[in-house]
Structure formats: structure tokens, C-alpha cells
Design a protein around this ligand. Structure first.
Ligand code: NAD
Ligand code: DAU
Length: 330
């Protein structure tokens, strides 16, 4: 099987490639990645079954040639960071909307199976109280330029299924954590700050809740959907990992031997979504998926160890990232 993995040099895509190599001896992978600030060739293993093509998913000609050669496309490539989308939305429109459009057109022309990787943020946010969770029937209500462009890309996939018979599935996953995540994101930012002797930074009061899932559990679900999902269907991926941001920071501080109060509050993110929570019943009951990393605290401890052991991987991103945050006042 020949798989085209877009965004395979990013956090989740690179972990997907690694999982694929170790579990699927029958699969070869072509990674299409623009190697933006978020893409890192050092995240990819050197392996004869992996070919890296540097290119833009919005480049129609290149995309056509690569999709034509593939048995399936798994589409991870995106501009993925909310804070950046508030600073400059255009790259989000270009990659998440125009890029997805070009991929869909190529998959339609060559009748190639397509899996679209998306986010729970397309549903907006939930109240802090009440226990409500997102389901595949929750209306779309995105808050940020990032989530609105992901919502638009999801809707295009649905339209291409209905109008053109494209063989596509969609997954909407909650917040991932694990190795190879860029240091701009919440958990690696705080871990690497502490390694550098800098106090962690909590947006606002830190009551916002995210539904954390280990990246390998996300990627195992993507494989499950690719192989057994119903065409045209949307699957929500989550592992019942709701934790508020303040607790995440306190846990990181505790696991690294600091006082749980050794952090600073900084300016809140504009339009900051309050709470995400996933009801993954369809994925669990229809496709039999279960997380293998249900213990967030244990996963967090392993992630801290990974960043301690892989400074050479993250160090080149750190200064530039913190300078960008300084400019944003966060
Ligand atoms: P990431 O930012 O770490 O990686 C994105 C990758 O896409 C990078 O390698 C980058 O170089 C590449 N890329 C960006 N623009 C491109 C373009 N125009 N052409 C080709 N490649 C391009 O992102 P991530 O966290 O790994 O997220 C991957 C996907 O999963 C995204 O679609 C995101 O919306 C979705 N998702 C992420 C999370 C999460 O918690 N990180 C949760 C749910 C869904
Ligand atoms: O829900 C899935 C989404 O999760 C994905 O679609 C996105 O691609 C991914 O980036 C993530 O979005 P968030 O905005 O939730 O993740 P982020 O890591 O940026 O922030 C997590 C929470 O932590 C959020 O409430 C903001 C807060 N935060 C973030 C940073 C960087 C802080 O309090 N301090 C920080 O320094």
C-alpha cells in the first residue's frame, strides 16, 4: 500500500509515520510537507519506506502527481496554532482551505481514498459546567481563524463526498500531547521553559479545559478509520482526558520537582475557547477503538522525560518561539 501523508514532518504526522513503519510492514509512505517553521525533518525516521517531498499542498500540479501515485491520502498538513492565526490569518486560509481544496480535487480526479484529519475546535466551545460533550451532531461554531478554516475544510470534504462520490472520512480529535510537538504549544512550552529556568505561563485564570489524548492513541484511531470507517462519516476522537490548564501546569511543576505555585499568569488569548470535551462513542462502539494511554499524568511524565532527553530536537525552535510570544504579550 502506498500512502501519501501530508504534513508528515509535523507533530502528529511524524508520529503517524513512525507508528505506520513499526506496525504496517506492507505500507510505504510519501510525506508531502512544506517544512514551514512547524515542520522538522528531524522528526522523521530515516527509512527506505519513507520518501520526503518538500512542497506546498496548494501547488495543484505537484499535488496531482503525488495523489495519482497513492492508494490513499491521509491529510494532516495545516497551519495549526490558534495564537498564530490571531496574529496573521492568511497562511491558515492558504493552507487549510486552498491546500485542502487542491488535495480534494486531485483525489476526485484519481479516485483515491482520502482521510481528512481535523479538530474538535470546529464545534466551538462548551460551558465549564454541565458535562456536555461534542458529538458528530454538534453544530459547527468555530471561534478562531484557525478553527474556522479547519471547519471550512471539513465542509468541503463533506461536499466532495456528496457531490462527487469521493471516498472520504473525517476525524475530529481533541488536544494531542506527546513527543515531537512544537514548543509553541502549551505542554512543551511549559516543560522547555522549566528546563530553561523560566516560570510557566498561564493564559488568564487558567480555568479553560482541554480534553487531552496521547498522539499515538489519535493515530491508532486514524488507522482504524482509514481501514474500517464508513465512507462519508465523521468520527470524533477523544480519550476522556479533560483537565483544566491550571491543573496541567501544576502537575508539570510537581513532576519536575517545583512548587505548584511557581508559574505566572499572562494576558489571556482573545476569544479563548472555554472547554472542549469529546464523546467518542461512535469510534469506540462502531470501530472498537480504545485508548492505550488512558492515564494523562503518566503520559505527561513520559513526555517530560522525552523533552529532557531530546533537547537537540527542540532547542533550535525555542528562542524564535519565545520572541514571537513576547511580541504577542503572552
Ligand atoms: P503541526 O503544526 O505540528 O504540523 C503541521 C505540518 O504541516 C508541518 O510539518 C508543516 O510544515 C506542514 N504544512 C503546513 N503548511 C503546509 C503546506 N501549505 N503544504 C504542505 N505542508 C504544510 O500540526 P499538528 O499539531 O501535527 O496537527 C496536524 C493536523 O492535526 C492538523 O490538521 C490539525 O488541525 C490537526 N489536529 C491537531 C491537534 C493537536 O492537538 N495538535 C488536534 C486535533 C487535530
Ligand atoms: O483541540 C484541538 C486543538 O488543540 C488543535 O486543533 C490545535 O491544532 C492545537 O494547537 C490545540 O489547540 P489549543 O489552542 O487548545 O492548544 P494550545 O497548546 O495552544 O493551548 C492549550 C491551552 O493552553 C489553551 O487553553 C491555551 C492555553 N495556553 C497555551 C499556551 C501556549 C496557556 O495557558 N499558556 C500558554 O503558554
Amino acid at each position: 500500500m502506498r500512502l501519501l501523508v501530508t504534513g508528515g514532518a509535523g507533530f502528529i504526522g511524524a508520529n503517524f509515520v513512525r507508528l505506520t513503519l513499526s506496525h504496517r510492514p506492507d505500507v510505504s509512505v510519501t510525506v508531502l510537507d512544506l517544512l514551514t517553521y512547524a515542520g522538522n525533518t528531524a522528526s522523521l525516521p530515516e527509512d527506505p519506506r519513507v520518501t520526503l517531498v518538500k512542497g506546498d499542498i496548494a501547488d495543484a500540479e505537484m499535488v496531482d502527481a503525488l495523489v495519482r501515485e497513492a492508494d490513499a491520502v491521509v491529510h494532516f498538513a495545516a497551519e495549526s496554532h490558534n495564537d498564530n492565526s490571531l496574529d496573521d490569518p492568511w497562511p491558515f486560509v492558504h493552507t487549510n482551505l486552498v491546500g485542502t481544496f487542491q488535495l480534494l480535487e486531485a483525489a476526485r480526479r484519481h479516485r483515491v481514498r482520502f482521510h481528512h484529519v481535523s479538530t474538535d475546535e470546529v464545534y466551538g466551545d462548551l460551558p465549564l459546567e454541565g458535562g456536555e460533550r461534542f458529538t458528530p451532531d454538534t453544530p459547527y461554531n468555530p471561534s478562531s481563524p484557525y478553527s474556522s478554516t479547519k471547519a471550512g475544510s471539513d465542509l468541503m470534504v463533506r461536499a466532495w463526498v456528496r457531490s462527487f462520490g469521493l471516498e472520504a472520512t473525517i476525524s475530529n480529535c481533541s488536544n494531542n500531547y506527546g513527543p515531537f510537538q512544537h514548543v509553541e504549544k502549551f505542554i512543551p512550552r511549559q516543560i522547555t521553559n522549566l528546563i530553561d529556568g523560566v516560570r510557566p505561563k498561564l493564559y488568564g485564570a487558567g480555568l479553560n479545559v482541554r480534553d487531552w489524548i496521547h498522539v499515538d492513541d489519535h493515530n491508532r484511531a486514524v488507522w482504524t478509520i482509514l481501514e474500517s470507517g464508513r465512507i462519508g462519516e465523521t468520527y470524533l476522537i477523544g480519550a476522556d482526558g479533560e483537565v483544566d490548564n491550571r491543573t496541567v501546569i501544576e502537575t508539570i511543576l510537581e513532576l519536575t520537582g517545583h512548587e505548584p505555585t511557581d508559574y505566572d499568569h499572562v494576558a489571556d488569548r482573545p476569544g479563548h475557547d472555554l472547554r472542549y470535551a469529546i464523546d467518542a462513542t461512535r469510534l469506540r462502539e462502531e470501530l472498537g477503538w480504545e485508548p492505550v494511554y488512558p492515564d494523562f499524568r503518566a503520559g505527561l511524565a513520559a513526555t517530560i522525560d522525552w523533552y529532557r532527553a531530546h533537547e537537540a530536537w527542540w532547542r533550535p525552535q525555542k528562542l524564535e518561539t519565545e520572541l514571537r510570544y513576547q511580541r504577542l504579550g503572552r
